[in-house]
Design a protein around this ligand. Structure first.
Ligand code: DI6
Ligand code: FE
Length: 420
């Protein structure tokens, strides 16, 4: 070797470096205080990974002479946003039930009368994978337009093996069609279909567990989720699903304490769950159990708002316990037809009392943690994927403060994309 060849082979040129300079950077680096801000900063990346982050004054020591240069003109840069809880793959919509709720019916009444999740099942089961993809793309594109680079997508509107598999195949297909990282969750334990009404145990035996095996064999499952609630599954029934997931070596997460306290979060924590989500009815023990197990509390203000819930998640107790907090859209046709993570942050601050820092951490670093992806993305640190969001704002607080305004200037995913 003449010494000019790179480690990637004789004579092959190393990938060019890319520089984003003249930026105000919120790194969300957990080793730094607050948002980990670098007021006059720069980022270097190569091969889709961050090689260097620091002060502009120091960049020349690392920068290559042929780097691709992007002068950001003093704009803010954050980690690309992460929506760690969505149901964006589904058919149809539930506008009719929205009107019923406006007329006074509660979410639970509608569900017990055969509406709710089950009514989305019919619309979803009627669709092929291609049709599910084309119905979901506008929702995904709306999220990406706000600087989102990673999206978690659940099954749960099929409620039979073939339809649940189609949902996750559609989720995987979305990643082929857009510059995005898709993480999937098997949520067959979302509701019991009409043909199994009153027979949850049989539904778990016949559909949830064998379907999970097939989905896992096909590489469709990154985590297993469930809906632990009086109108859905008991902790004992969820435990059967989680035992099966553990036997497959698949991490778990749980919709817990949304409408009542069944101890779902404590159950999730006992399985070392990645996250427990909703948590309006969580008690202090649940928060402490989650802190001890490293289970992230994913707050979903869109559902709280849309069903006009009055009980708020115990944010003060979560802080006191040291529980990590994330924020997501819970984009779904029933309780949270919300496709704006920026608006979800505003709701989490205004309705739940989260700080700006908690909201921004909750849709980057802590959202990555809730997906088991903190080693890959969620902060701007050396070695991580170069997933950046570039903003036309004067301060990070504007990302939480505004209601229905998108200040995104550029989105970079794995080092590629439009900077301005
Ligand atoms: N909790 C929710 O808010 C959604 N799923 C869940 O477990 C509701 C989904 C729907 O109503 O379609
Ligand atoms: Fe959900």
């Amino acid at each position: 070797m003449t010494g000019n060849e790179s480690a990637i082979g004789h004579g092959a040129r190393p990938e060019r470096q890319t520089l984003w300079s003249n930026a105000r950077i919120a790194t969300l680096d957990p080793s730094k205080v607050g948002l980990g801000i670098i007021e006059s900063g720069a980022i270097l990346a190569r091969g889709g990974r961050i090689e260097w982050v620091g002060e502009m004054a120091d960049v020349t020591q690392t920068m290559q002479s042929d780097s691709v240069l992007n002068d950001l003109g003093g704009r803010w840069v954050t980690p690309a946003l992460i929506d760690c809880h969505t149901h964006i793959v589904h058919g149809g919509n539930r506008a009719r039930e929205f009107e019923m709720r406006l007329a006074g019916a509660t979410y639970e009444e509608i569900a017990r009368a055969g509406g709710g999740i089950v009514s989305s099942v019919k619309a979803t089961n009627a669709l092929s994978v291609d049709e599910l993809v084309s119905e979901s793309l506008p929702r995904l594109d709306t999220l990406l337009a706000e600087g989102v680079s990673t999206v978690e997508i659940k099954s749960g509107y099929g409620l039979n093996i073939d339809a649940e598999l189609r949902m996750l195949r559609a989720a995987r297909r979305l990643q082929e069609l857009r510059p995005v990282r898709i993480v999937t969750s098997w949520l067959a334990a979302h509701a019991t279909p009409v043909e199994y009404r009153g027979r949850n145990g049989d539904y778990i035996t016949d559909v949830v567990l064998p379907g999970l095996d097939l989905a896992h064999m096909e590489g469709l499952v990154d985590a297993v989720d469930g809906f632990c609630e009086g109108i859905a599954f008991s902790p004992e029934e969820i435990a059967r699903v989680f035992d099966h997931a553990r036997a497959l070596g698949v991490r778990v997460k749980l919709h817990a304490e949304q409408l009542s306290d069944l101890g779902g979060a404590k159950l999730a924590a006992s399985y070392g769950a990645l996250s427990a989500d909703h948590l309006e009815y969580l008690d202090a023990d649940g928060g402490a159990a989650m802190a001890a197990s490293g289970t992230v509390a994913v707050l979903l203000p869109g559902a709280f708002y849309a069903i006009r819930e009055t009980r708020k998640p115990p944010v003060a107790a979560l802080r006191q316990a040291g529980t990590r907090i994330a924020v997501a859209t819970d984009c779904n046709p029933g309780t949270s037809p919300l496709t704006s993570l920026l608006l979800a942050m505003n709701m989490a601050a205004t309705l739940f009392g989260l700080t700006v820092e908690e909201c921004l951490a909750g849709t980057t670093r802590e959202a990555a943690r809730a997906l088991g992806l903190l080693g890959e993305t969620g902060t701007l640190e050396v070695g991580k994927s170069a997933d950046l969001a570039i903003w036309n704002i004067d301060s990070p607080a504007e990302l939480v403060y505004r209601i229905g305004f998108n200040p995104l200037a550029g989105r970079i995913f794995k080092g590629e994309g439009k900077s301005l």
